[in-house]
Ligand binder design. Structure first.
Ligand SMILES: *Cc1c(COP(=O)(O)O)cnc(C)c1O
Length: 453
């Protein structure tokens, strides 16, 4: 008797199970069929401990940090310079500047490319708030491009229809750590003479044809916040090959004091409007420790992600992410798939997530619809916007209609499921348990629905 028949037979023979849906997947996790879903009191699929995040290894990580602490040199100095040099080298960029966080890496980049009042910036609707707030903080208007649900990224086919005479820049976000279609986006930008600022705040070491993301546009921005794959608590960086731009970013992050080409012919004191966005030496020391492991971890995430993808690909109602064909490496800050409740007897995504969590698999439904949140109206009604924009450009009703993104809406409200990156640092066999947990939920969907009513 083959395995599948055996499973079917043993399930049929079990009086405790009321309904058994078709066992049409070749990846059926043998034991899952005969077990009750954890949410209904059965055994969990995964009972171990997922790798903790962030990782701190005393033996290898503490020496440099202690040196910094004992030196008393805690403000920006040589360790930060060393981190910047290594970050630029790792990414294959000419220059890197460390700043306090990813949000301010974006703010600074837009400011130093003089993207601001009067301008429109094209951005994906499926992203973290900071991608969009950086546009508004500089006085520009975000224009939302709908997603390609297959890849979760800004749909390049929908960019050109959003370009107006006000459009100055595109802000592609490599969301979830999966690269955007940068080659096409850059072609569109060149054709329309637009600047490009890449939000790579989730995409450390991700690559397109071997070139690391963040290097395609005029600037690339990164985050090193605690949850990020490259963590230092708080922190961020800008990369670029443009020396004049990087000199301006440096000045800006240091009160506007002269740096490199911003110093000009003579020492003239503070040379431009600036603020203070410097990281500390201990953050840089933590960053250098984390950086040692980043490539290996990224490769492991890629291996486990593509294995998990292959397992769940065969489950009806589960549509895993797709990478653009030129992507040679992703960062997998999150492992995403789309959930179709029709294939789960109508089990809502919320209840699916609860059931999956009960099986020991951390997961969430991901982002809400940014393009409909109150901060946009708040900006349009602000004193500054009213002062700097003609009334006809501040018709919020019209703006909201023009920025409707139906595919993003579906992704946010019905379909997206995320599994966090630390899960992908676990053993290959644990990926099977995730797939098994999903199949178990599918097989018992009707009972789960009956129980949650
Ligand atoms: C985390 C993140 C940011 C902001 O980075 P912080 O370091 O938290 O300020 C911006 N964009 C995206 C896509 C992010 O995930």
């Amino acid at each position: 008797m083959d395995r599948r028949k055996f499973i079917k037979k043993s399930v049929m023979g079990s009086a405790s199970l009321m309904t058994v849906t078709s066992l049409n997947s070749s990846t059926v996790w043998a034991k899952s069929n005969i077990k009750v879903p954890a949410i209904l009191g059965g055994e969990k699929m995964y009972t171990g401990q997922w790798p903790k995040w962030p990782i701190w290894n005393s033996a290898t990580d503490e020496k440099k940090l202690l040196e910094v602490m004992r030196s008393g040199v805690w403000s920006r100095n040589k360790v930060t310079e060393e981190f910047e040099k290594q970050w630029a080298n790792t990414l294959g960029a000419k220059r890197a500047l460390a700043v306090v966080n990813g949000t301010n890496a974006l703010n600074t980049s837009l400011a130093q490319l003089e993207i601001g009042w009067g301008d429109e910036v094209l951005v994906t609707s499926y992203t973290f708030i900071a991608s969009v707030s950086s546009i508004l903080l500089n006085g520009a208007i975000p224009v939302f491009v709908d997603v390609d649900p297959e890849t979760f990224q800004m749909d390049p086919d929908k960019i050109e229809e959003k370009i107006t005479p006000h459009t100055r820049a595109i802000l592609p976000v490599h969301i979830l750590g999966l690269p955007c279609d940068m080659e096409r986006i850059m072609k569109i930008a060149e054709k329309h003479n637009l600047l490009v600022v890449e939000d790579a705040c989730q995409a450390w070491l991700a690559e397109i044809n071997g070139k690391k993301v963040g290097n395609f546009g005029n600037a690339g921005c990164f985050s090193f916040q605690n949850s990020k794959n490259m963590a230092m608590g708080e922190g961020g960086a800008i990369i670029s090959d443009d020396d004049a731009f990087m000199d301006r970013c440096y000045s800006y992050h240091n009160y506007g004091n002269p740096y490199g080409s911003t110093a000009g012919q003579f020492s003239a004191g503070t040379v431009m409007i600036g603020t203070k966005l410097r990281i500390t030496e201990y953050q840089a020391a933590i960053g250098l420790a984390q950086l040692q492991r980043l490539e290996e971890q990224t490769d492991l995430r890629n291996k486990n992600a593509s294995y998990l993808q292959s397992l769940i690909d065969e489950i009806p109602g589960i549509i895993p992410y797709r990478l653009y064909k030129n992507v040679t490496k992703a960062a997998f800050h999150l492992f995403p798939f789309r959930y179709q409740k029709e294939d789960f007897k109508g089990l809502s995504r919320t209840d699916f997530l609860s059931a999956l969590r009960a099986e020991g698999v951390p997961c969430s439904g991901g982002y809400s619809e940014l393009n409909k949140m109150p901060f946009l109206k708040n900006a349009f009604e602000s004193k500054y916007f009213r002062k700097f924009y003609p009334t006809e450009r501040l018709n919020y009703q019209r703006y909201a209609e023009e920025n409707n993104c139906p595919l993003n809406e579906k992704l946010c409200n019905e379909e997206a499921v995320w599994i966090p990156q630390n899960v992908l640092l676990s053993a290959k066999t644990d990926m099977k348990k995730i797939a098994g947990a999903i199949e178990k939920i599918q097989q018992h969907a009707e009972r789960i629905i009956a129980n949650t009513k």
